[in-house]
Every structure is written in structure tokens, then in C-alpha cells.
Design a protein around this ligand. Structure first.
Ligand code: PMH
Length: 388
């Protein structure tokens, strides 16, 4: 268990992760597998800790964005099947096979290069990605698809384990484009000489809204963390999600300003009366962005506005009154009856909730709670650049 020496930290409630996955397990037909999407350090929540909890709760597969993330999970002892959702290099097929990591394939030229380079004898598992309208990665041509399936079938060590697509608008109320993509997927699946063992198309939104159109595996990301895929479909979700991420700090300085005194860079804030101002050790290098000036935090169970420009490592808040140094400040989470949700921060930043926990950088230690007790503390500062 790491320790840390700055009073700013994120708390990850692994019981919430467990419940979000266990509830999905109960919600889905038994034959539908759950692939826990733990890319980007599990959307900022801690890749290995979330992966282990999701597997305990009924997930059977993991997904990451890049091969490095999959290798990192293997190094941390995760043995479950892992799919790399993003692009890999053809020359890395051997490395993937060696670590039993499945790769996404979506170009014939890439597959031909991988076949020419692969010298190993371990099986290489591929998931063929079809572009039904997301316009990011994926094959779109019938002839190319058939040639790829034939090459994999001919190769002694290549295995087509899965085929999938990704929806662009499953989190929107209007389902026209979703239906277009779903129908497109159905017809593109006919291009294959056989159905691979795993067929998947649903992200959290599609999973929770259209479980009957999920084939036999879902890719569960944002809602595993207790967040709705979008504000518009939040009322449509079939069960309550539990938010796993919270962010806390402590007052390191408290002072009384006289009217007219200034706060922070650019002296953009002027005290209008005698004001108590607190300083907390978190700033934009931690992912607490400058645009959060004028947002608020919770201290002493009350909302406290962020005043003056957010600095790289610190920011200032106007206190409800004099408070002792060391008083806990909650930036995301609950104090008494007051809550600041990830969605609240996203709304202020005019972005989506996905971005908020992803942005909280490696510099903020993560404390993991399981069964309401501290299970692990991860402090990556000092690890970055070595074996993090
Ligand atoms: C291919 C793929 N499958 C599943 C998921 C999980 O989606 P969910 O978190 O909505 O459940 C993602 C998330 N990818 C992204 C989410 O935001 N930007 C992305 O590229 C994805 O890219």
C-alpha cells in the first residue's frame, strides 16, 4: 500500500463498481457475456483494481484501448481475456500472442503484414471490427472482409474469436441512426463464412436500452463507473447506478481578506467585503482545470465558490467563515446533504462525464475502498518513468 504526502486524493468505491456490474449481470440474459472496459486507467478509476472487481462481479472479459494497457494489466496479474479495442502494430502480433491478448483487426493489408511477420506458434485471437457508421475504425467492404476471414482461416495460428461494431448515437433519445447501424451490422455479419464465437456491438447505452440487441457480449464502460452515458437517457436506465469516483483535499491555508484585496494570477478576483479565503493543494496539473474557476466545492457541508484563477497545483475558495487548516474539502462527492457529482463538474466544463475522471491525473493518489474499508492506496508520483 503506497503512502502520499499531499492532502489531495481520489476515492474509488469498488463496492459501487461491484454493484454496477452485478446488477448488469442480473439484468442481462445469462448467455450474454460482460466485457469490462477498463481503458485509460479504467476511466481514471484504477485499471487493475476495477478489472479485478468487475471480474468478481460477473464480467468475463476485459477491454483496453492500446496494447500497452493490456500488457500493464498482465504485469499486474490480470489473467482474464483482454481485447485491445484500438489499433495495434502488425509487428506486435507476437507480443500480443505471447500474453494471450486479443487484437482488433480491420484492414486486409495490416493482416497480411501481421501474417508475414508472425513467427510464433501461439494462437493469435482477433476480433474483426466492422464500421457500420461510427466512422472511426472498421472494415466497410464486403470483398475485403471475405479476404480477411479467408486469410485468418488459412493461417495455422490465427483465430477469429470475435466480430464487433461500435455505435455513434446509442446514448441519444433519437434511435434512427442507432437502428441504421444495427441493421447494417446484421447485413455485414452475413459477409462472414461463419459466426465467430463472440459477437458484440453494445456499449453501456445500447446495453442498458436494448439488451435484446446485444448479441452475446456487451462492452460495459461508463455505467460500470456509475455514470449515465448521457443526461438525456439517464431517466431511461433500467436500474440505479452507483457513482464510484470522489475527489477530496484539505485546507492548507486560511486567511481573512479585507475589501478590495485580490486573489490569484491576473488578480481577477477582488474581495467585496471581509472574506475568509482557503487554499487547497489541487490545480490544473491534477486535472482540476482552469475553467473550474467560478465552480464550487464542498467544505463544512456547504458549497464554497472557487475564486480567482486555478493554478497549476493549487486553487482558492471563499469559505463560509473561519475554518481550521486541515478541514476536509470535497471537490466531487458528498458532504452531509450537499453533493457534487461527476455530472455537475462535466456540466460546468461543458463536456461529458467520461472526461472528468479521465482528466484527474496520475499525480492524484487513488484510495480504493472495498467492503467499506481501505483495500489499497496507489500513488503513481515518482513511479512515472519507472515501473509505474
Ligand atoms: C469500442 C468501444 N467499445 C465500448 C466502449 C465503452 O463505451 P461506454 O463507456 O459508453 O460503455 C468504448 C468507449 N469509448 C469511448 C468513450 O468515450 N470516447 C470513447 O472513445 C469503445 O470505444
Amino acid at each position: 500500500m503506497d503512502d502520499f504526502h499531499r492532502d489531495t486524493w481520489a476515492e474509488i468505491d469498488l463496492d459501487a463498481i461491484y454493484d454496477n456490474v452485478a446488477n448488469l449481470r442480473r439484468f442481462l440474459p445469462t448467455g450474454t457475456n460482460i466485457m469490462a472496459v477498463v481503458k485509460a486507467n479504467a476511466y481514471g478509476h484504477g485499471d487493475a483494481e476495477v478489472a479485478n472487481t468487475a471480474l468478481e462481479a460477473g464480467a468475463s472479459y476485459l477491454a483496453v484501448a492500446f496494447l500497452d494497457e493490456a500488457l500493464a494489466l498482465r504485469k499486474k496479474g490480470l489473467a482474464a481475456p483482454i481485447l485491445v479495442l484500438g489499433a495495434s502494430r502488425p509487428e506486435d502480433v507476437s507480443l500480443a500472442a505471447e500474453h494471450r491478448i486479443a487484437l482488433t483487426v480491420f484492414r486486409l493489408d495490416w493482416l497480411e503484414k501481421a501474417a508475414a511477420l508472425y513467427q510464433g506458434s501461439a494462437p493469435v485471437h482477433f476480433h474483426l471490427k466492422m464500421d457500420t457508421g461510427m466512422g472511426r475504425l472498421g472494415v466497410k467492404d464486403e470483398r475485403e472482409t471475405k479476404q480477411m476471414a479467408a486469410l485468418i482461416e488459412r493461417h495455422p495460428h490465427f483465430i477469429l474469436e470475435g466480430v464487433y461494431t461500435h455505435f455513434a448515437t446509442a446514448d441519444e433519445i433519437n434511435t434512427d441512426y442507432f437502428s441504421y447501424q444495427y441493421d447494417r451490422f446484421l447485413s455485414m455479419l452475413e459477409w462472414l463464412p461463419f459466426r465467430p464465437p463472440l459477437v458484440h456491438c453494445a456499449n453501456s447505452a445500447a446495453t442498458l436500452r436494448f439488451p435484446d440487441r446485444a448479441f452475446n457480449m456487451v462492452r460495459f464502460g461508463i455505467s460500470m463507473y456509475g455514470l449515465a452515458p448521457s443526461p438525456s437517457i439517464k431517466p431511461l436506465l433500467p436500474y440505479e447506478l452507483k457513482e464510484a469516483f470522489s475527489l477530496h483535499s484539505r485546507l492548507v491555508h486560511v486567511k481573512k481578506l479585507q475589501p478590495g484585496e485580490k486573489v490569484s494570477y491576473g488578480a481577477t478576483y477582488t474581495a467585496q467585503a471581509e472574506e475568509w479565503i482557503g487554499t487547497i493543494p489541487i490545480g490544473y496539473a491534477d486535472g482540476w482545470l482552469r475553467r473550474l474557476e467560478h465552480f464550487h466545492v464542498l467544505v463544512d457541508g456547504k458549497k464554497a465558490p472557487i475564486v480567482g484563477r486555478v493554478c497549476m497545483d493549487q486553487c482558492m475558495i471563499r469559505l463560509p467563515g473561519s475554518l481550521p487548516v486541515g478541514t476536509k474539502v470535497t471537490l466531487i462527492g458528498r458532504q452531509g446533504d450537499e453533493v457534487i457529482s461527476v455530472d455537475d463538474v462535466a456540466r460546468h466544463l461543458d463536456t461529458i462525464n467520461y472526461e472528468v475522471p479521465c482528466l484527474i491525473s496520475y499525480r492524484v493518489p487513488r484510495i480504493f475502498f472495498r467492503n467499506k474499508r481501505i483495500m489499497e492506496v496507489r500513488n503513481a508520483v515518482g513511479r512515472v518513468g519507472t515501473n509505474a
